[in-house]
Design a protein around this ligand. Structure first.
Ligand SMILES: Cc1cc2nc3c(=O)[nH]c(=O)nc-3n(C[C@H](O)[C@H](O)[C@H](O)COP(=O)(O)O)c2cc1C
Length: 380
């Protein structure tokens, strides 16, 4: 086999996690786990990517054990004997295929109710009771009208309960045999909603300036690190954009980004997953460096880029007409890994289009264009 793009196929060790290469399956919600239990089909779906040579699978977002964590009963959970047995089987199968897998721990926070009808008696977890300022978003007017009604801010008890639920989920992940933990800290969900000024206007110890607003995710990471010990890596997904407003930003300057990510790195994050529509977009004026590049430069931690690898249209643009043509930008990914800009490359849609994506990249064979109706509808 020809070994195309050799830098992408260099191994990498992060704490005890030994990755065969730099290709990561990006987390993608499937809603295919009835009653929150991942079944044999979920195991097969992730195992196919491991068999296809992908170095690391990050699972779809997985609900932590809290009443308003995830508003869709077909999203898998990381609690309860039935779901944990399901995850155990998923992990065993992926490992048997030579792969590695980590779960993305998820609490939707202010976005409770976006995926499905919710029980009005259940309180959404919002730092200040706010959904956030409505900006460029793909949510329906019906949902926005409902969601922008303000609710009670999180109490001290709520905060303690949610931190405990994250820790419990991390413990369950370790017990199920996962190779690390991923936290969803982007897109306007709970962890991100503390950092974003649009959703956190608190004037107590959980709000205030940027560092104070970062306290909640820092406490979550600190508590998880204390619970799982030093062996396994913690990945942390962050983003500038929010589902409430794709143009929103948590950091206007590299210094501001350094405040947020520096605190998280000190708390125990090993890998920053810089969620972006395009892996190569310059993050700030005056420099070509990508968001993942800044994360690595500012913290010294490992970083992972994502967005439109191999594809000519971003996820948001391809939502409009459902298709994204192939573009050969893999050489650019490789160049950035060689130059040390980032360490890992996460790939979403192309992993749906081609379960053997890593093998395809290694052989230099043609990539499969992404077709939303074919590849996303079934999320095979
Ligand atoms: C169907 C679908 C579901 C997704 N679900 C999640 C998710 O659960 N958690 C998350 O952090 N990102 C999610 N994403 C975003 C992807 O992880 C990735 O960042 C995005 O698709 C950009 O990468 P790509 O251009 O390679 O597709 C999802 C994307 C798609 C297409």
């Amino acid at each position: 086999m020809n070994d195309h793009h050799s830098a992408i196929f260099e191994p990498l060790t992060i704490r005890s996690l030994e990755l065969a290469n730099r290709i990561v399956m990006s987390p993608m919600t499937r809603s295919s786990s009835p009653a929150g239990i991942p079944g044999p089909d979920v195991a097969r779906y992730y195992t196919r990517r491991a068999q296809g040579g992908t170095g690391l699978v990050v699972t779809e977002g997985v609900a932590i054990d809290h009443p308003s964590a995830v508003d869709n009963a077909r999203v898998p959970r990381l609690y309860g004997d039935d779901a944990l047995a399901g995850w155990h089987a998923v992990v065993d199968e992926v490992h048997a295929a030579g792969g590695k897998i980590i779960p993305q721990l998820w609490h939707v926070g202010p976005l409770w109710g976006a995926m499905g009808k919710v029980d009005p008696a259940i309180k959404p977890m919002r730092p200040s009771g706010l959904w956030g300022p409505v900006g460029t978003t793909s949510y329906s007017n019906e949902y926005i009208t409902r969601a922008t009604q303000s609710t009670a801010p999180m109490s001290e008890e709520d905060i303690a309960d949610v931190i405990a639920a994250y820790v419990q989920a991390a413990r369950h992940a370790v017990a199920a045999g996962f190779d690390g933990i991923a936290l969803h800290g982007g897109h306007g969900y709970l962890l991100d909603s503390f950092v974003w000024h649009g959703t956190n206007t608190r004037d107590d110890a959980w709000g205030g300036d940027l560092l104070a607003r970062t306290r909640f995710p820092v406490e979550v990471v600190t508590a998880i690190r204390a619970a799982i010990g030093d062996d396994l890596p913690i990945f942390y997904r962050f983003s500038q954009h929010k589902q409430q407003d794709y143009t929103a930003r948590i950091a206007e300057t590299p210094d501001e980004l350094g405040i947020v990510l520096g605190a998280l790195a000190n708390a125990g994050v090993d890998v920053f997953d810089a969620s972006n529509r395009r892996f190569d977009s310059p993050a700030f004026d005056g420099s070509d460096l990508s968001l993942a590049g800044w994360a690595k430069r500012l913290t010294g931690a490992h970083s992972m880029a994502v967005g439109s690898v191999g594809l000519g249209k971003s996820l948001r643009d391809s939502r409009i007409d459902g298709a994204a043509p192939v573009v050969d930008n893999i050489g650019d990914v490789e160049g950035r890994i060689i130059s040390g800009e980032f360490d890992l490359i996460a790939i979403g849609r192309l992993h749906l289009a081609d379960s053997a994506l890593a093998t395809t990249l290694r052989s230099g064979a043609a990539l499969t264009p992404f077709n939303r109706s074919v590849h996303e509808a079934s999320l095979r």
